[in-house]
Ligand binder design. Structure first.
Ligand code: ADP
Ligand code: MG
Length: 593
């Protein structure tokens, strides 16, 4: 293979000449140490290379060789419970994250462990005709993840041999006789990170990816296979939202990409996730999680690659028929890496220095989310749901990364500095956030949770919207200017905000609410309104109703009722009705007027 020569080094960007036999997006080895890089621009025989490691110590004249292959991800048993860097080099998880000791430069490490032995159980047999996506067997990768071994893309033929037993990921487990000769299959396959993995067809996302977070599931739900963005200024709660969804999101596999944020946040993930009991399996959350970390102290170029590495792994598990969620924290740090490389390439800068292709690159990422019918004859369905944090400088949502993201994703959870300052968490602003899946998911909820779900949700949202108008009147002319009914509306919307929307991620019980609990809580809060209106009609004064402190307190504290005691809520309903009855009786009023 012909060797090129470096003519320029500018930080993570290296330009080499004599590279006419290389292609754009080829991985290359740079310098004597063989630092890992990727060609991001070709002009004649000159290649511009983004180098994924520190470039100190290399200079003009040093050799560059292409591997002739794009950045490829190793897919197979061993992904789960691992932590990789942006180009899928394994980070010896705990020690590395804690001491910021990263891989030695230019050391060629394999992404997946070549020594570890897995028990392969064939599900296909000799003589079976197979094609891409067909499952030929399984490996119990962790106690909760059954890894399906699939025929790789481009392979089609008849199984000539298939073996059960213990194998490493590079041992041959199956031989397929194809038109182009015999093809040996291993437990591992590879896929270029920047290219979406193929599927049979896309489906319309119609079911929610529930998160156990009330403001999200009730008001701004994301569909399984959908995409959502969480923009917010520093300290608003982006990382907590992402962690909560990783922990409680209704998916079988979690891919968590820590992208350009502080290293200690990844350490938090590493410390917390293994401790966390998965509500569905009772096992540690890590048993179904893959971590990708390219924190702020790691080389910037690999940050650009990390989201593609993450989503390729997510798609691979989707292809097995699983529902996968991928969190990226933060896509703004990713975009800054893109901007830095673009600047060094001396490309024409667009808005705020970001390259003109910022929007299309973001779309390349988010469009890989989706609900699909997978390749393979059994027609299984899988989904990738993508949640991206965005950190707009100063919280200014008009900046390019936020704007480009909002043009693509269908859910916007706008975190609000003022709410965070008031300790209203999650600080998702209910007045400007939206979910374009809400209508479809309403239907699902009405069928699956309760037929009045969408009407309750609508009623609560209307109250919240009316509240800001009423508050304005109060601030101008005082509370006395309001009718008792309007004052009641203010009380109830306050209750929706404080008792329902606010949810403490760090409280043992409150951290998660099932849809059933969400429904019962919302119904209870709105029942208070209905019952209060009944009393007002019968001549009871609002102040007397508001003085029912015991029952109101119970409503407020219903968020702390554990999932296994939800029937308590029915008792509170009954208590509420009888307290109101008593008030009306005292007035000599007619019950149920
Ligand atoms: P960001 O990533 O936007 O900078 P974080 O997610 O780190 O912000 O949140 C900052 C702090 O806000 C957290 O350390 C925590 O104290 C508080 N916080 C955020 N969300 C919640 C929540 N749902 N419940 C309780 N506290 C929260
Ligand atoms: Mg954060």
């Amino acid at each position: 293979m012909k060797t090129g020569k470096i003519i320029k080094v500018a930080g993570p960007l290296v330009v080499a000449e004599g590279m006419e036999n290389a292609n754009i997006f080829d991985m290359v080895k740079v310098g004597e140490k063989g630092l890992i890089g990727e060609i991001i621009e070709m002009r004649g025989d000159k290649a511009s290379i983004q180098v994924y490691e520190e470039t100190t110590g290399i200079g003009p004249g040093d050799p560059v060789v292409t591997t002739g292959e794009p950045l490829s991800i190793e897919l197979g048993p061993g992904l789960i419970e691992s932590m990789f860097d942006g180009i899928q080099r394994p980070l010896d998880a705990f020690a590395k994250a804690a001491n910021s000791q990263f891989l030695t430069k230019g050391v060629a490490v394999k992404s997946l462990d070549r020594e570890r032995v897995w028990n392969f159980v064939p599900t296909a047999k000799v003589g079976d005709v197979v094609e891409a996506g067909d499952v030929i067997g399984t490996v119990q990768e962790t106690t909760v993840v059954l890894h399906k071994i699939m025929v790789p893309y481009g392979v089609k033929g008849t199984i000539k041999e298939i073996k059960a037993g213990d194998f490493t990921i590079v041992d041959t487990v199956c031989i397929v006789e194809t038109e182009k000769g015999d093809k040996e299959l291993t437990l591992m396959q590879k896929w270029p990170a920047r290219k979406g993995r193929p599927y049979a067809r896309k489906l319309k996302p119609d079911a929610p990816m529930t998160t156990g977070q009330r403001v999200v599931d009730t008001f701004f739900p994301v569909a399984k296979g959908g995409a959502a963005a969480v923009p917010g200024p520093f300290g608003a709660g982006k990382t907590v939202v992402q962690h909560q969804i990783a922990k409680w999101g209704d998916t079988e596999i979690v891919v968590y990409v820590g992208c350009g944020e502080r290293g200690n946040e990844m350490t938090d993930v590493l410390n917390e996730f293994p401790e966390l009991k998965d509500p569905k399996t009772g096992q540690s959350l890590m048993k179904r999680t893959v971590l990708i970390a390219n924190t702020s102290n790691m080389p910037v170029a690999a940050r650009e690659a990390c989201i593609y590495t993450g989503i390729t792994i997510a798609e691979y598990f989707r292809d097995m028929g699983y529902s996968v969620s991928i969190m990226a924290d933060s896509t703004s740090r990713w975009a800054e890496a893109l901007r830095e490389m673009s600047g060094r390439l001396e490309e024409m800068p667009g808005d705020e220095g970001y390259p003109a292709y910022l929007g299309s690159r973001l779309a390349d990422y988010y469009e890989r989310a989706g609900k699909v019918v997978c390749l393979g004859k059994d027609g299984r369905e899988g989904a990738v749901t993508a949640i991206g944090a965005v950190s707009p400088p100063g919280g200014d949502l008009s900046e390019p990364v936020t704007q480009a993201t909002l043009r693509i994703v269908k859910v916007f959870w706008g975190l609000d500095a003022q709410l965070a300052y008031k300790r209203h968490f999650p600080s998702i602003n209910w007045l400007n956030s939206y979910s374009l899946y809400a209508d479809t998911i309403d239907e699902w909820m009405n069928n699956e949770v309760s037929s009045d779900w969408s009407s309750l949700r609508q009623e609560a949202m209307t109250l919240l919207q009316e509240e800001s108008g009423l508050q304005e009147i109060v601030s101008l002319v005082g509370i006395d200017a309001l009718s008792e009914n309007d004052r009641l509306k203010l009380e109830v919307s306050k209750s929706i905000r404080e008792d329902y929307l606010q949810q403490n991620a760090f409280h043992e019980v409150d951290t998660y609410a099932s849809l059933d609990k969400q429904y019962k809580m919302l119904k209870l809060i709105l029942l208070f309104k209905k019952e209060a209106e009944r009393a007002l009609k019968a001549g009871v004064y609002l102040n007397e109703i508001l003085a029912l402190s015991e029952i109101r307190d119970k409503i407020a504290r219903s968020k702390y009722i554990p999932e296994e005691n939800l029937s308590r809520m029915n008792e509170i309903e009954a208590e509420l009705k009888s307290a109101i009855d008593t008030l009306i009786n005292e007035k000599g009023g007619v019950l149920n007027a």
